[in-house]
Ligand binder design. Structure first.
Ligand code: SF4
Length: 464
């Protein structure tokens, strides 16, 4: 529980900027809520801030370079305002710890993902002229009693963290080091938060975790001594149970979730998706590679054949129309051209609706950095990456063309970026559809007939 304090930060304004995955955006909403309770106001104008917090990502070197550029811009603001304080949160804070305070003199405060309850004290310290840091990771923190402040939301679609950390140790990934051990949040607090959002007018929630399929909560969850009891607790709540609990809140509340792991997603989850119309027909199932030797080096703990079986289960249980997307890494340590071609052939086989593609970026401290050599030259990584991108674009277009002349139930999320005369919204399969604005409101569900498409977007009209 938050301690009751005097509102020592009354009249102070905080500006929060978030980078990286949806978990970071969700965490920033928790941070904002903690600071609002302490008297801070939120500002969307960085120049008006007394405190700037930047919630960072460490997944790739480029992500960290961008943060450092942003910090040098904040330094220019600090020169105009001596009292301005700058804090770094999230994965980069956790990864670099004190080093960040030494390397980036502009930074006053460093807080890792499990230290946000301590932010008021850390900020107080900076106001006395000291630098402050807390990067302790927790085995139990889930922030489950904190109702996030949705300061940057469209008030229609919301993010809900259902767990924190990751126990998977994929060899390329820094997340287990920056976000700590996996822990699941109390399902009652998740349902309460989802209900609260629905009552405020939100019509979609995305349940977030690094590996949602390993969500498991039991009354023994937060006691390390009771690990054995946790493993044998027949009354524990699995991810499929949780999905069902959230789906039952109201048929008009749509549910999405991210991210699934191919080794953990179960048929139970797929059956629950099929059973409830308001659980979206869309699964992000990162493959990372289509080659078994590379998957083993990545410590993904499944094979190409296992992965293809999971795709078959999705198509058989949820249906052929289920949207499926993936992540892929090009040029992982020792990847041959033939092994890269296996990834392309996996893509050809599945024809994903969408893929997030990256070239391999070695991260300090990961298993890959310690055990393997980052030996694929940059130009080859980039060449393979562009082949993945071209392939995906072709498949996205193929999948989108299959939607033409079909009608979908679409949640209106806002105005289209390109024209205020058009609405935008997504269908259950997570495809973005743009259509002329009519008498409806943002947050309404409408039936939209798709008339044409490109590889990124469907275009249609509302059927009255
Ligand atoms: S599942 Fe693997 S890639 Fe995803 S966060 Fe965990 S370690 Fe990283």
């Amino acid at each position: 529980m938050l301690k009751i304090r005097n509102k020592i930060f009354s009249n102070k304004k905080v500006y929060i900027e978030s980078y990286g995955c949806q978990m970071n955006f969700s965490d920033s909403e928790i941070v904002s809520s903690i600071l609002l309770k302490e008297g801070f106001d939120h500002t969307k104008t960085v120049e008006n801030a007394d405190l700037i917090l930047i919630n960072t990502c460490s997944i790739r070197e480029k992500a960290e370079e961008n943060i450092r550029k942003r910090l040098s811009f904040f330094n220019s603001l600090k020169k105009k305002n001596n009292n301005l304080k700058i804090g770094v949160l999230g994965c980069m804070a956790e990864r670099l710890k004190e080093k960040l305070l030494h390397e980036e003199k502009v930074v006053d405060l460093v807080a890792g993902p499990d230290s946000y309850r301590n932010l008021p004290d850390l900020i107080k310290k900076t106001s006395k002229g000291y630098k402050s840091i807390d990067t302790k990771l927790s085995k139990v923190e889930t922030y489950d009693d904190i109702i996030p402040h949705h300061f940057d939301s469209n008030n229609i679609t919301g993010l809900i963290s259902i767990m924190r950390g990751c126990d998977n140790m994929c060899s390329f990934c820094v997340v287990p080091f920056t976000r700590g051990r996996e822990r699941s949040r109390n399902p009652n607090s998740i349902v309460k938060e989802a209900k609260g959002l629905f009552e405020k007018g939100f019509r979609e929630v995305t349940l977030l975790g690094q590996n949602v399929d390993s969500y498991r909560w039991s009354r023994f969850s937060n006691n390390k001594k009771d690990l054995e009891k946790l493993q044998n607790d027949s009354e524990s709540i699995s991810f499929s149970n949780l999905l069902e609990m959230v789906a039952l809140i109201d048929p008009d509340l749509r549910i999405r979730f991210s991210t699934s792991h191919p080794k953990d997603i179960t048929d139970d989850v797929l059956h629950v998706i099929k059973k409830y119309e308001n659980i979206c027909n869309y699964i992000h199932l990162p493959a990372q590679s289509g080659n078994n030797r590379i998957l083993k080096l990545m410590n993904r703990t499944y094979t190409r054949e296992w992965y293809l079986n999971k795709i078959n289960s999705i198509r058989n249980i949820v249906g052929d129309n289920c949207g499926i997307s993936s992540d892929f890494i090009s040029g992982f340590c020792s990847e041959t051209n033939k092994e890269h071609k296996d990834t392309l052939s996996l893509m050809d086989h599945i024809k994903y609706d969408y893929s997030y593609t990256f070239s391999y970026s070695e991260r300090e401290g990961t298993m890959a950095e310690r055990k393997f050599s980052d030996d694929i030259p940059d130009n080859i990584k980039q060449k393979r990456l562009s082949e993945l991108i071209i392939k995906q674009r072709k498949h996205s277009f193929y999948r989108n063309k299959l939607c033409v002349n079909k009608t979908y139930k679409v949640l209106i999320e806002g105005l289209s970026k390109k024209s205020e005369n058009n609405f935008k919204g997504r269908n259950s399969e997570n495809k973005m559809i743009v259509f002329p604005k009519e008498k409806y409101n943002i947050g309404d569900y409408v039936n939209v007939k798709v008339l044409n498409c490109n590889s990124a977007t469907l275009f249609g009209k509302i059927l009255n």
